[in-house]
Design a protein around this ligand. Structure first.
Ligand code: AMP
Ligand code: MG
Length: 520
């Protein structure tokens, strides 16, 4: 096993001089050195062949004991110095102070084919940032993170990746629903991979502590390695840096709205500076198209991070980042301009995205209304988002009356679809048919185009739960099946047709399927 290790973060940025692994406030540093916890009886459950390839390894490498020991934290490669990052964050709208990698340990960075990849173990023990928790992760949440990060990548959504999923053989105590019923669960470690795991919160903590020296070092480091096209750091480049982060964050959230992904905990410590989806916790997939839905039980009351609010939250989070970057610029104007343009930029990107979901190539004035009306109709009854859009690609302007029949499968309860609602739908199909007449593509062309943006298969919440239940019983076949299925989410894959279906009734109110806690 040969990896081209090339560390930059821990070589170019200030380290915490304290080496003891004790919980503490870490000042004047971007990270603390820490060694992963040794695991009892590690066992590899799954590896991502695509990710292996990206870092220059083969499937054969991944079956070696060296690989297993590395991705479970039992061995540290020579000449590498694992570390936990220091970051802060706004949680649910409030400044939370120092958070940091409480259970993530960065191993090293690999350079392969001119691409930099940071490898990070999630769930491999305590760090100075663990606060009152144990630094571990359970199998349940690790399966969810592992499967979803790779599935999101194959959906074309910017995301951190996952290299491997392993059981540790250790038992981890968790009170899953925070109701006093703590029990032991299987421990696991995911090896996550990303060009970088830097978050908005890495900048926020330094600004909050008025550590402008380290703040500049971190900004310059980030620009040099990940935004080098912007040029050498200067006030104007810091503004351009912020503009680019805003652009990428918009792109990311538009993709979420496209596929029906609800992150669940969009705190600023869970916002990647690279505009990647990061930290898969109590996320969920929209089944019923309901803009008010959030899977996160901790957010049940206010629903701050509900599906429909995700774009607004991105903006709110960008405000926090702007405040953190301000000391580098000392002029609000450039930053404010980016923030003020956000709405218009987002609306434009959203409109383009929705046009693509409807197979509309041309830009017509009536599109906005058509999309708004669709949005309202989808909320009239419980309607499955994925099924609806996938089936819609079969629609033609010649068969308006059959529109409803075409998407009927998407309705959870057909009795809910009253005559009045049918009429509303029929009116919408008429407008859609009318609009399609302006297009020049053939039905086949449109269908092909729509099927590239409307996935047939997503990691429905109950699917992940079935894989988890089986894994807890020692059976990993479903993890592999879902992993394989979700590599080609836009393909028909008739052999997997059973996963192209509405959420089954038993999963409607089941923990893990419609409700997820942060306890992981
Ligand atoms: P989250 O919002 O779940 O991404 O995590 C918020 C903060 O809690 C981060 O600083 C995490 O590192 C930390 N954290 C979450 N779970 C644990 C755990 N089991 N042990 C230590 N720290 C944790
Ligand atoms: Mg987090």
């Amino acid at each position: 096993m040969k990896l081209n290790v090339k560390d930059t973060f821990n070589k170019e940025l200030p380290a915490d001089p304290v080496q003891e692994n004790e919980r503490r406030q870490v000042h004047n540093a971007c990270f603390s050195y820490v060694t992963p916890k040794k695991t009892a009886t590690p066992k590899l459950i799954h590896v991502s062949p695509e990710m292996l390839d990206h870092i220059g390894l083969t499937m054969e490498d991944s079956s070696s004991n060296d690989f297993l020991q590395l991705v479970t934290g039992n061995t540290v490669l020579p000449d590498t110095k694992p570390y936990a990052m220091c970051y802060g964050g706004h949680q649910f709208g409030h400044w939370a102070g120092q958070l940091g990698d409480g259970r993530a340990i960065n191993l090293f960075e690999v350079n392969h084919k001119h691409q930099q990849w940071a490898l990070q173990l999630k769930g491999s023990g305590e760090t100075p940032y663990s606060r009152s928790a144990d630094g571990l992760a359970v199998l349940r949440s690790s399966v969810r993170e592992y499967l979803c990060s790779e599935a999101m990548h194959h959906l074309g959504v910017p995301t951190t990746r996952a290299l491997s999923l392993a059981e540790t053989g250790d038992q981890v105590l968790r009170d899953m629903m925070y109701d006093g019923n703590a029990k032991y669960e299987k421990g696991a470690v995911v090896c996550r991979v990303s060009p970088s795991f830097i978050r908005f919160g890495n900048f926020e903590i330094l600004a909050a502590r008025k550590d402008h020296v380290a703040l500049k070092q971190l900004a310059d480091y980030t620009i040099k390695h990940f935004f080098s096209n912007l040029g050498a750091p200067s006030k104007a480049v810091y503004v351009a840096f912020f503009r680019e982060i805003a652009r990428r964050s918009i792109e990311m959230v538009v993709h979420w709205q496209r596929v029906g992904f609800v992150h669940g905990v969009m705190n600023t410590d869970n916002m990647s500076i690279l505009g990647l989806t990061i930290d898969y916790g109590p996320y969920g997939w929209l089944e019923d198209y309901d803009k008010g839905w959030t899977p996160n039980t901790t957010d049940r009351q206010h629903k701050r991070y509900r599906f429909g609010a995700q774009p607004d939250v991105v903006l709110w989070n960008l405000y926090q980042l702007a405040n953190a970057l301000y000391p580098l610029i000392n002029e609000a104007e450039g930053l404010e301009e980016v923030l003020q343009k956000f709405r218009a930029d987002y609306d434009q990107a959203y409109l383009e995205m929705m046009r693509s979901k409807l197979g509309l190539d041309l830009k017509c004035d009536e599109d906005e209304q058509l999309i708004q009306q669709l949005d309202q109709n989808l909320e009239l009854t419980e309607t499955d988002m994925t099924l609806f859009f996938r089936n819609l690609s079969g629609f033609t302007s010649e068969t308006v009356a059959e529109g409803l029949v075409l998407v009927e499968d998407a309705f959870y309860n057909i009795n809910e679809v009253s005559d009045k609602i049918r009429q509303q739908w029929n009116r919408w199909f008429e407008s859609y048919a009318h609009r399609l007449k302006k297009e020049i593509q053939t039905l086949e062309e449109r269908q092909e185009q729509m099927n590239k943006v409307n996935p047939k298969y997503v990691l429905r919440n109950y699917m992940a739960q079935l894989a988890i239940d089986a894994a807890n019983d020692g059976n990993y076949e479903l993890i592999d099946e879902l992993f394989t299925l979700l590599k080609k989410p836009y393909d028909e894959q008739p052999q997997y047709q059973k996963w192209f279906a509405k959420r089954p009734d038993w999963a409607k109110d089941k923990v893990g399927c419609s409700m997820l806690s942060c306890s992981s």
